[in-house]
Design a protein around this ligand. Structure first.
Ligand code: GDP
Length: 487
């Protein structure tokens, strides 16, 4: 935790050091202050603001974080709400103690401490002003990330890929993030539950922006310590992380050959939220002397996922060892491919050619009503997750046939590890994307673009009749090409 605190301070331009105003400066506060001095922190000066740190902001693009010498520190004396705060002005006994505390804070060399009460909101306006002024000074570099950028070629305008790392406690989520970032950015260790918050980190992989979300491990509800509301909040955060993620990495411990219920429930949440899933089996180094091989493990994971969730067939499954940095380099290319396919919008022409081929190789069965099913055309209604509408002469297709279509679609467009959604809509229209003499569309079966003013007028009158309105006089002029150009 100490290391992480120092790491966070190194990446900051403005650092608030809080101490208990009723207790005063303790040894651990002095220790923190010593660290901050060592990394070149300076007191925040109201008149100068962050001035002098501009040069250091530019250093962010260099890999040497320690070059940033002008981090500014503000001391905040907390818990000085209500009475204790008022007393300090009224000269009552507690006031002198508090004033002593504030004076001893000044001796630390980081200016006067601002008295606040975080719980009651007192003094927060002063902090707001400092933040606002600092932000105004920072504007030119507002798109900078938190310093983890390793390449100056980062295209800061590209939208970061939202990547959530989920899994049970202790499977190595934090170790994986540290391995990806090549630094100790998040706390990891054998004690379960070290990660209590979903931690979000901006990062750049080969010039492509990534927002990494390290989530708290999800435990079974029964195993959860409900007296500990922080853990419940951590689980909510992890669930929220899946919602905002584009790609979810489900991290498994290779030591357990079977997917646990929590792991399956994470996969379930990923499908429900329509995200792309990449499964990563960690701790492969421990498998060296086990009875099953890496490939057998990967095949077993795939089989279990597919048995439970048929749409997750052929989900990318990687085997790594985060601790030994083995297989880490394969992860990000797979993640980016998953995101690109998941967000892809396929052209309607391509889709309909695919549909015509797939229907040719296996025609839909006869409908319950005895009618021959005719799938006329397909449209992608949205990406993220890929969602399609099938226009048919019936209201619904047999579930087995929709599954066949989705399976074939996933194989053709390589969309694995995500839910592909296909809905059916009954439509009288023919496929407008097919060319040729059968291309009929519109009321009365008129050919699209054929018939001129006469047919346009006829169609318009029919629509008016169907809505109960009466056609107005002079329609023929409005619908003739001449009339149109005149108006
Ligand atoms: P988290 O709770 O999922 O974030 O797990 P941590 O990243 O804190 O790791 C839990 C423990 O597993 C730590 O003691 C790590 O050193 C260990 N660990 C993580 N990855 C590996 C790995 O690839 N191999 C081995 N043998 N241990 C690992």
């Amino acid at each position: 935790m100490m290391e992480q605190t120092l790491e966070a301070a190194k990446m900051s331009d403005l650092i608030f050091v809080l101490f208990d105003g009723r207790v005063g400066i303790t040894a651990d506060v002095e220790e923190i202050i010593r660290w901050l001095r060592r990394i070149g922190c300076k007191p925040y000066d109201e008149d100068k603001g962050l001035r002098g740190s501009k040069q250091s902001i530019d250093h962010r693009n260099s890999n040497n974080e320690d070059n940033r010498k002008q981090r500014k520190v503000v001391l905040l004396a907390n818990k000085l709400e209500g009475d204790s705060w008022n007393h300090s002005f009224e000269g009552l006994s507690s006031s002198s103690i508090i004033m002593d505390h504030l004076r001893s804070a000044t001796r630390l060399g980081f200016g006067e401490a601002i008295p606040i009460s975080a719980e009651h909101g007192e003094g927060l306006a002063d902090i707001a002003v400092i933040i606002q002024n600092s932000l105004a000074e920072m504007k030119p570099s507002k798109n900078q990330d938190d310093g983890v950028t390793t390449s100056s070629t980062l295209n800061i305008s590209n939208k970061p890929l939202q990547l959530a790392i989920c899994g049970r406690q202790n499977v190595g989520k934090s170790t994986l993030i540290n391995a990806l970032l090549q630094r100790n950015r998040v706390i990891c260790g054998p004690t379960p539950g070290l990660t209590r918050d979903a931690i979000s980190i901006k990062w750049s992989w080969k010039g492509r922006a990534v927002q990494l979300i390290d989530t708290a491990g999800i435990r079974r509800i029964a195993q959860r310590d409900h007296s500990d509301s922080i853990e419940d909040m951590a689980v909510q955060e992890a669930t929220r992380a899946i919602k905002i993620a584009e790609v979810v990495v489900l991290l498994l411990d290779a030591g357990a050959k079977f997917l646990s219920r929590q792991e399956l429930s994470i996969a379930d949440a990923v499908i429900r939220e329509g995200r792309a899933l990449v499964v990563v089996a960690n701790k492969m180094d421990l498998l060296l002397c086990s009875e099953y091989s890496k490939d057998e493990f990967v095949a077993a994971v795939r089989k279990q996922l597919e048995q439970r969730y048929p749409m997750l067939r052929k989900t990318p499954v990687l085997a790594i060892s985060a601790l030994n940095n083995a297989g880490i380099e394969d992860l990000m290319p797979v993640v980016f491919t998953a995101r690109d396919r998941w967000a892809n919008v396929i052209g309607t022409g391509i889709l309909n050619r695919w549909l015509s081929d797939v229907v040719k190789s296996k025609a839909p069965p006869i409908h319950d009503s005895g009618r021959k099913i005719h799938i006329k055309y397909i449209l992608q209604t949205k990406g993220r997750p890929p969602t399609f509408l099938l226009f048919c002469n019936v209201r619904s297709l047999p579930a087995s046939y929709v599954r066949y279509l989705i399976r074939n679609f996933q194989d053709t467009f390589q969309m694995f590890g995500m839910d592909v959604r296909m809905a059916v809509k009954e439509s009288a229209k023919e496929n407008p994307y097919l060319r040729g003499k059968n291309r009929k569309i519109g009321i009365g079966g008129t050919r699209l673009g054929v018939g001129g003013a006469k047919n346009r007028k006829k169609r318009f009158i029919e629509v008016l009749k169907s809505t109960g309105s009466r056609p107005k006089k002079g329609l023929s002029r409005r619908f003739s090409r001449q009339g149109k150009s005149r108006s």
